[in-house]
Design a protein around this ligand. Structure first.
Ligand code: AP5
Ligand code: ZN
Length: 212
């Protein structure tokens, strides 16, 4: 099955996607991760997107749809779309790409979290630069300070766009351009909304309830 995790910055999309990969062997397609990888690769496209991302604005539909098209062409099944689609144009494009490859979209899971909680989550977040595990100063600290629980790396980093200014822009972009997708998928009878404020494991149980 293929699903979309939909929600504002800090809703917990990445956290839940990683658990689904581990528990169900699904494939996480995070356009945010792909764009950050492009940025690090030093390509022309990477340079273009780096500044846009640091400001908290969306990169163009053309670029992200291109990235997703490449990944779908590589094959596989059981995709988790994490942070994509983010505009109605991207949503239409995803529908077409899936149809072209004979695949379906089985559920859109909306993770609801209020804005105050989002700010706390984003400003407390850090990530393992080696294995990608996501942590939080208060809700998900490492067992040993400064050391990743999963891989033992000490390369723990904070994202360039996890500051208050960029976060404000990311929230605005979400409400202006991404939140219309909630109505879009509701109308297609594919929307499942759940309480993203619950504890991480409780959110996972709610997702399992949707996926069966
Ligand atoms: P992207 O990387 O997608 O970032 P985002 O949408 O802002 O989402 P985040 O990664 O910040 O949050 P998340 O929901 O994954 O939360 P997480 O699990 O980490 O995009 C970054 C940028 O790339 C965009 O601004 C844009 O420029 C560009 N971009 C990407 N995709 C694009 C697209 N399709 N089109 C155009 N531009 C695009 O959790 C957050 C924190 O909370 C963590 O510390 C975690 O430990 C904690 N936490 C998680 N769940 C819980 C819980 N249930 N209870 C308590 N704490 C929790
Ligand atoms: Zn790690």
């Amino acid at each position: 099955i293929n699903i979309i995790l939909l929600g504002p910055p800090g809703a917990g999309k990445g956290t839940q996607a990683r658990k689904l990969v581990e528990e169900r062997g699904m494939v996480q397609l995070s356009t945010g991760d792909m764009l950050r990888a492009a940025k690090d690769s030093g390509t022309e496209m990477g340079h273009k997107v780096a500044e846009v991302m640091a400001r908290g604005e969306l990169v163009t539909d053309e670029i992200v749809i291109g990235l997703i098209r490449e990944k779908l062409a590589e094959g596989g099944k059981g995709f988790i779309f994490d942070g994509f689609p983010r505009t109605l144009g991207q949503a239409d494009a995803l529908g077409e790409l899936l149809a072209e490859t004979g695949q379906t979209l089985d559920a859109v899971i909306e993770m609801r979290v209020d804005d105050e909680a989002l700010v706390r989550r984003i400003t407390g977040r850090f990530t393992c630069g080696n294995c990608g595990e996501v942590y939080h100063d208060e809700t998900k600290p490492t067992a040993k300070p400064g050391v990743c629980d999963v891989c033992g790396s000490t390369d723990l980093t904070r994202r360039a766009d996890d500051n208050e200014d960029s976060l404000r822009t990311r929230l605005l972009e979400y409400y202006k351009k991404t939140s219309p997708l909630i109505g879009y998928y509701y109308a297609k009878d594919q929307l499942h909304s759940l309480d993203g404020l619950a504890e991480i494991d409780e959110v996972s149980r709610q997702i399992a309830g949707v996926l069966g």
